[in-house]
Ligand binder design. Structure first.
Ligand SMILES: [Zn+2]
Length: 65
């Protein structure tokens, strides 16, 4: 299991487990927020946590014509 650990101010530290329902991204074309299955995204060839973008369903349809 992986989790995110983030300091908030001087006295508070948040620890959040990463699972299939709490990972979100924004579409690089329209900016809509949606949930993603991080395991699925990272299983794609050449994907990584920092530069991989996921396009929303609506923009995918527009791009494919
Ligand atoms: Zn979009």
């Amino acid at each position: 299991m992986f989790y995110i650990k983030q300091k908030v101010g001087n006295d508070l530290e948040l620890t959040i487990d990463i699972h299939d329902e709490n990972v979100f991204t924004r579409c690089p074309y329209c900016g809509v927020e949606f949930s993603v299955d991080l395991a699925e995204v990272l299983s794609e060839k050449d994907s990584d946590l920092f530069s991989t973008a996921v396009v929303c369903t609506a923009c995918t349809k527009k791009l494919r014509g």
